[in-house]
Design a protein around this ligand. Structure first.
Ligand SMILES: C[S@@+](CC[C@H](N)C(=O)[O-])C[C@H]1O[C@@H](n2cnc3c(N)ncnc32)[C@H](O)[C@@H]1O
Length: 467
């Protein structure tokens, strides 16, 4: 039957089971499996079918008949519309339990992996205000709530997040709990300044408008960076706005601006100008100071990154003499974190700018036993590379969500390191790759780390030892 006929079909008094795809719980009826948005395990619900994607059905909640034991009141006023922090209706302990389960299920069901030790997830002490970076969009077409639809006087200018599935609409954010509240103050100040001075806000359909994006970054050293991106080149107006922002918030360590007239928001090819400060902020993890520039990648939850990197170091259990490969090294942050504990680290990464950051950070930290290589892993991590650098004792690998290319997995098998420490933000592709590595490796330990509270995302570290 097509979804056209099923759309709107109601199911009453159905029970939601454990979290699955995208963190949605599952309702099983005689005929189908349905993923229910914003449900929690054990909820008894009345639901309505809303869509179907690749044979999977999705439903929304009409009403919660009996709340599941871990259902809780969401704390954010934008919950349900914003699209971020989708697990707020589940209490934090239950979120951690579900994330453990997601890793366990991926490994055992998908990968048929036998792991000797399942270590419990490392939860976050601060599960609000934990991000060190947020990016907001200015728009002249605000997403209107149902209650505002017929109100013609409503303010259309917004600064916030794109609504999922609606590229042209931006939800105006009043208060976001992701980053320190200071970020809210900065965003609101700039938005209100724009409204007061009658500056134009970006129109995505027309690709015009002055205020376009603001990126706000901070570190645990209380350093703050703002990057203001305008959609039109009007430096006089930009400088006036930045002067006011600087006056209002002298705490901001560095202020940067640029003009983006392209149809996409990426700033990687945008020329950026430093208005105030050094053009970067610093983050400290253990003894290492990382310089973070506006275009640099850095893990977005600094406190949990420290715990993640400590876990990686614990699993690597270095004695000072090893050659270590750090595959998919990004800005080399893991390489630098472990460099003083081993003989040499070789990092490989495809983004040249990230390697520039890695080299800069190595030199700033006076670390000389690291070498970074730029290029596609499949081609850089070759037999020649193994010959040139010497075979690794330990391989650390942290690929993107898609996991590793099969050629890279084969090459790891060829390299025959004693240990592999595999970090992933996607337990399914990690399970697939580890299953291939199981030909030569035993899976000793695995430990999830919660880098993204109130979302279903989970980072997982696994130790493999050569049989
Ligand atoms: C999960 S991030 C790793 C982050 C880094 N280890 C850290 O902790 O900051 C994955 C990295 O893989 C890089 N990457 C993606 N595809 C690649 C490829 N085919 N070859 C080399 N690097 C790649 C991305 O640019 C990204 O920096």
């Amino acid at each position: 039957m097509s979804i056209g006929k099923l759309f709107g079909k109601v199911y009453e008094n159905v029970t939601a089971e454990g979290a699955g795809f995208e963190g949605y719980c599952v309702v099983k009826t005689d005929e189908k499996t349905i993923f229910v948005k914003y449900s929690t395990p054990g909820d008894v619900l009345n639901i309505r079918l809303i869509s179907k994607k690749n044979k999977v059905f999705f439903a929304e909640i009409i009403s919660v008949v009996i709340p599941g034991p871990n259902r809780t009141e969401p704390f954010c006023s934008h919950f349900g519309v914003c699209g971020g922090c989708k697990w707020q209706q589940l209490n934090y302990q239950a979120q951690l339990y579900c994330k453990n389960q997601l890793v366990y299920d991926s490994f055992t069901r998908l990968g048929k992996i036998v792991c000797k030790e399942w270590q419990p997830i490392i939860g976050a002490q601060n599960n609000k205000y934990y991000r060190n970076k947020t990016e907001y969009t200015f728009s002249n077409r605000r997403w209107l709530l149902n209650s505002e639809l017929n109100n013609e006087t409503v303010q259309q200018k917004a600064a916030g997040f794109h609504i999922s599935g609606r590229f042209d609409k931006v939800l105006d954010i009043d208060k976001c709990y992701l980053q320190d509240d200071f970020a809210n103050k900065i965003r609101l100040f700039i938005k209100n300044y724009g409204i007061e001075k009658n500056l134009s806000f970006y129109d995505i359909k027309e690709n015009k408008g002055f205020l376009r994006n603001i990126i706000i970054r901070n570190s645990t050293l209380a350093q703050w960076m703002i990057v203001l991106i305008t959609g039109e080149d009007n430096e006089t107006e930009t400088l006036k706005l930045l002067e006011e922002t600087e006056k209002k918030f002298p705490e901001i360590s560095t202020i940067i601006y640029g003009v983006n007239t392209k149809t996409n928001d990426t700033i990687y090819d945008t020329n950026l100008v430093v208005y105030k400060g050094k053009g970067y902020i610093e983050e400290k993890l253990d003894e290492i100071i990382y310089r973070i520039r506006p275009k640099s990648f850095f893990q977005t939850n600094s406190e949990q990154t420290l715990k993640l990197y400590q876990k990686i170091r614990e699993y690597a259990d270095l004695n000072g003499n090893e050659i270590v490969y750090d595959l998919y090294c990004g800005t080399g942050s893991i390489s630098l974190f472990i460099a003083r504990n081993c003989s040499r680290v070789y990092g490989i990464e495809s983004v040249p700018q990230a390697i520039e950051d890695a080299n800069e950070n190595a030199s700033e930290n006076k670390i000389s036993n690291v070498d970074f290589f730029t290029g596609d892993m499949r081609f850089v991590f070759s037999n020649d590379f193994l010959l040139k650098t010497g075979k690794p004792d330990i391989i650390i690998t942290d690929p993107p969500r898609a996991g590793m290319h099969p050629d890279v997995v084969s090459q790891i098998l060829k390299a025959e390191a004693t240990k592999i420490v595999y970090i992933s933000c996607n337990p399914s592709t990690q399970a697939r790759d580890i299953s291939m590595l199981s030909e030569k490796y035993e899976v000793m330990k695995t430990c999830p780390v919660d880098m993204f509270p109130h979302t279903h995302h989970v980072e997982n570290v696994t130790l493999l030892i050569k049989k």
